[in-house]
Write a protein that binds this ligand. Structure first.
Ligand code: PNS
Length: 155
């Protein structure tokens, strides 16, 4: 059985995240989606809220966990074989590749990159939050459950 792990902030999950996770689900036996809980980084949603949204979106197709500290330690704890990260732009590649190399250096952990579909390549959690704060439409950007949560959080 091959286990893939998709780590991230997911603050909040976007349609880009959902697409990558669905494509990972279609290709691996077991998929763990791990939400980082980093108290140093101010998130809009708590780790529990982000987990709940991911659970509602993907149901039993995934396991949802929270982690703090080094990703490589968490990967070992959940018994994952490979980390999968979505890539939108060349900037993503520069950043993600550096992390992948560091993680390989630390434990030999393997990372696979999955390009996002072009229609999602401009979507980021930060821009989604900015548009939501300023009252813009969430259509095509986030799942319904996230749109509802953003409305509740920001009004
Ligand atoms: O959704 P994000 O913000 O791109 O997710 C980044 C995340 C959480 C995957 C990354 O910051 C991470 O792996 N953090 C754990 C800390 C760590 O292991 N750092 C050293 C290796 S580069």
């Amino acid at each position: 059985m091959t286990t893939a792990i998709c780590p991230g902030s997911f603050d909040p999950p976007t349609n880009g995240h959902v697409d990558v996770i669905n494509r990972v689900i279609a290709r691996f036996d077991r998929v763990v989606v791990s939400v980082i809980d980093n108290p140093a980084k101010k998130a809009l949603f708590t780790a529990d809220e982000r987990r709940a949204m991911l659970r509602e979106i993907h149901g039993d197709s995934i396991e949802v966990t929270t982690f703090t500290g080094l990703l490589v330690d968490h990967v070992e704890a959940v018994g994952a074989d490979v980390v999968v990260k979505g890539l939108r732009t060349i900037d993503d590649y520069e950043y993600e590749n550096q992390m992948a190399q560091m993680n390989r250096h630390l434990t030999g952990m393997e990372t696979l990159f999955m390009p996002t579909k072009p229609e999602f390549s401009f979507i980021s959690s930060s821009l989604v939050k900015e548009v939501a704060r300023l009252g813009g439409s969430m259509s095509g950007l986030v799942p319904d459950v996230v749109e509802k949560a953003l409305k509740e959080k920001l009004t």
